[in-house]
Design a protein around this ligand. Structure first.
Ligand code: Z5A
Length: 215
């Protein structure tokens, strides 16, 4: 059976991943593609239980190592229960965060050793790597301001939103570093632009990748 396309979306809080994925999924479905939208942490019932532990603001004594293993446990379940079956049937999987979030947050952000993160991630994913990763790049101060505005309208506020701004700056720099190291997989898009422009750039990047796969 033809393998589908695994596309991940990364970026600081409030970059617009959820909003963009929703618009892109609708566009691709209208074109007749089988599209699966999913997210991390989560994407499965077990993953959603782990998500609740990870993001509860009260769990503020969680150690970085515990956090790493919980994100990785949720990912191991997500890959096997949800992502691989969808790819095996030829779907386009749009995933809101994946293993690069672990490198950016637990690695560049919290300072855990990157070589350990690569080993644990390889084990959790069984070696699954995205075909395309979209980095929605934004100044964390602007992203967090968006999050605060959304929270005032009822959106949830989580434990990691509470982290110091310096962590979010290191996360952004980590992402830019990862993208520069693997330009064949990453596309960096300015997420401070109006949402219509961001969606148009993302669709162009996906269409280019689909054509490349079909060539
Ligand atoms: N995490 C980790 O540390 N390690 C890991 O391995 C993984 C994750 C997988 C998950 O939280 C947390 O877990 C996350 C990283 C960490 N850290 N935090 N916090 P989450 O899933 O709840 O949150 P998120 O992934 O960071 O998403 P988010 O904060 O909800 O942001 P978003 O999805 O990128 O943005 P949005 O919800 O689409 O938009 C936010 C607001 O901005 C909303 O009101 C939009 O209408 C508005 N928006 C969006 N785009 C625009 C533009 N272009 N202009 C103006 N306004 C806009």
């Amino acid at each position: 059976m033809k393998r589908g396309l695994f596309i991940t979306f990364e970026g600081p809080e409030g970059a617009g991943k959820t909003t963009v994925i929703r618009a892109v999924a609708e566009h691709l479905r209208q074109q007749g593609y089988d599209v699966v939208r999913t997210r991390e942490p989560g994407g499965t019932p077990i993953g959603d239980h782990i998500r609740a532990i990870l993001l509860a603001p009260d769990n503020d004594t969680m150690h970085p190592e515990t956090e790493l293993l919980l994100f990785s446990a949720a990912r191991a379940q997500h890959v096997r229960e949800r992502i691989l079956p969808a790819l095996d049937r030829g779907a386009i999987v749009l995933c809101d965060r994946f293993a690069d979030s672990t490198l950016a947050y637990q690695g560049y952000g919290r300072g855990l050793a990157l070589d350990a993160l690569y080993t644990i991630t390889e084990f959790a994913t069984g070696g699954l790597t995205p075909d395309l990763t979209i980095l929605l790049d934004i100044d964390p101060a602007e992203g967090l301001a968006r999050r605060r505005a959304a929270h005032a309208q009822g959106a949830e506020w989580n434990r990691i939103d509470n982290d110091e701004i310096a962590l979010h700056q290191r996360v952004r720099e980590g992402y830019l570093h990862l993208a520069a190291a693997h330009p064949e997989r990453w596309v960096v898009i300015d997420a401070s632009a109006p949402i219509e422009d961001v969606v148009a750039h993302v669709l162009a990047a996906i269409e280019a990748r689909v054509q490349q796969q079909n060539a």
